[in-house]
Each structure stands twice: as structure tokens, then as C-alpha cells.
Design a protein around this ligand. Structure first.
Ligand code: CTP
Ligand code: MG
Length: 224
């Protein structure tokens, strides 16, 4: 597949991490968190080009980070928006019309691997428009809208989804133009216009850093 454009969304404020800077720039094993996913995506033979979406005022540090990592595939560093969907839109605006696939990844998941990228991209074939990594849910799930359990939900067909998430560029652009800003992941955006999205095997190491405890945990995973 030609023209795989990766969008690295790093424009969140990191409110739950509550550091003195946006989450993508907190120290992760001695470097800005952004550096880890940026260098991994840049080194992947499967990725053609890379767009980084930075928080307002942090575009320059993001560019310096790409230079420090010798990330030669970064073609643009743009300013993100108030919501994740806005930030994805800002990144996608930099992708040329000839691109085949758009793959969106959270800077908050630093330990992205070539294997998961290959699984996600490999699943886009035939009538499948997009793919996301997912993990089975180990806990029992209850539905309790008022706090009182109404139902125990079967876990059999449930997945906790991660990034990178990839889609045929054409359908993803159309979805972005139509969807509301409330979608919490890119598959939700694509599903809204009827895209067929496949779940492939995710990885526990792709855990998202949300809190300070997650940061310590994923730093430890990176050292293993
Ligand atoms: N993101 C973004 N633009 C936003 C919001 C989120 O680019 N307006 C990115 C984040 O930088 C992160 C990913 O989307 O890489 C997942 O978001 P999340 O983990 O929620 O990060 P934050 O929004 O930064 O954290 P918080 O919700 O705690 O403020
Ligand atoms: Mg957020």
C-alpha cells in the first residue's frame, strides 16, 4: 500500500496528569514523551510521512524534538484544537489528496511497535475500510446507569481499543467533515459514515498514559 500518512496527535493538555507542561512534553525516561512515538513511527518502514499535531505554543519544541530524533519523515507540525477530533482534523489537513491511508496515533501511547502497525495496515483490504488494535476485557462488565446493576454484559464481543488506528484516506476525510467533535476515537468518526472497521490484536505495552501512575508504569514497560 502506498502513501501511508501517520498523524501523531500530541496536542492535549494532559489535565489528568497535572504536570507543569502538556503531557506530550513531560519527561519519559529522560526525553519528552513525544520523542518515543515520534522516533518509532519515523523508523517504521510502513510509514511514508508523518504529521505532528502540537499544543498551541508548543509547535517549536515539537519541531526540535523531531530534529533531535532525526525524524526525517515529518513533513509538518501543526497546532491542535480544543478537542481530539479538532486536532485530528488539523493533522489531516496536511495530508495530500493522493494519500492511500491515514493512520492516527496518540503520543500518549509511546510504545507503538512495527508489529501492531503491520497488523492494522494489513487488515485494510477488500471491504474493510479501517482497523484498530483491541484487547479483550479481563474484568466482568456490568451495566448500572443508576448505580444499581441492571445487567451483566457479555465480554465475548467487547474490546478495549488502542491506537494506531488506520483508515482509507478517502472515507476518513469524508467522516471528519461530517462528524461531531464528541467522538473519543477515530474509529468512532469513521463508523459514523458506515465504514467497516476491523479489530486486530492490540498490545498491553500500548497502554495509554493518563495519570502519573501510568507514566511510571509505562516507563517501566519501556525498560523491559
Ligand atoms: N489530543 C490532542 N488534542 C486534544 C486532545 C487530545 O491532540 N485537544 C491527543 C493527546 O495529546 C493524546 C491523545 O489525543 O496524545 C489522547 O488524549 P488524552 O490521553 O485524553 O490526552 P489529554 O487530552 O492531553 O489528557 P487529559 O484528557 O487528561 O487532559
Ligand atoms: Mg483528553
Amino acid at each position: 500500500m502506498n502513501g501511508i500518512w501517520a498523524i501523531l496527535v500530541a496536542a492535549g493538555r494532559g489535565e489528568r496528569l497535572a504536570a507543569d507542561r502538556p503531557k506530550a512534553f513531560v519527561a519519559f525516561n529522560g526525553k519528552p514523551l513525544l520523542a518515543e512515538s515520534l522516533s518509532r513511527l519515523d523508523r517504521s518502514d510502513l510509514v511514508t510521512n508523518l504529521v505532528v499535531v502540537a499544543p498551541p505554543g508548543w509547535e517549536e519544541p515539537a519541531i526540535l524534538c523531531a530534529e533531535d530524533e532525526s525524524a526525517s519523515k515529518v513533513v509538518a507540525c501543526v497546532t491542535g484544537g480544543d478537542t481530539r477530533v479538532d486536532s485530528v482534523r488539523a493533522g489531516v489537513a496536511e495530508v495530500p489528496s493522493g494519500a492511500a491511508v491515514i493512520m492516527v496515533h496518540d503520543a500518549a501511547r509511546p510504545l507503538v511497535t512495527d508489529e501492531v502497525i503491520a497488523r492494522v495496515l494489513g487488515a485494510i483490504d477488500g471491504d474493510v475500510d479501517g482497523a484498530v488494535p483491541g484487547l479483550a476485557i479481563p474484568d466482568t462488565i456490568k451495566r448500572a446507569p443508576t448505580g444499581i446493576v441492571e445487567q451483566t454484559v457479555s465480554r465475548d464481543s467487547l474490546f478495549a481499543v488502542q491506537t494506531p488506528q488506520a483508515f482509507r484516506a478517502e472515507i476518513f476525510r469524508r467522516a471528519l467533515a461530517e462528524v461531531s467533535d464528541a467522538a473519543t476515537d477515530c474509529a468512532g468518526i469513521a463508523e459514523a459514515v458506515g465504514a467497516r472497521v476491523r479489530v486486530v490484536a492490540g498490545e498491553p505495552r500500548l497502554a495509554k498514559i493518563t495519570t502519573a501512575a501510568d507514566l511510571a508504569l509505562v516507563e517501566e514497560l519501556a525498560r523491559q
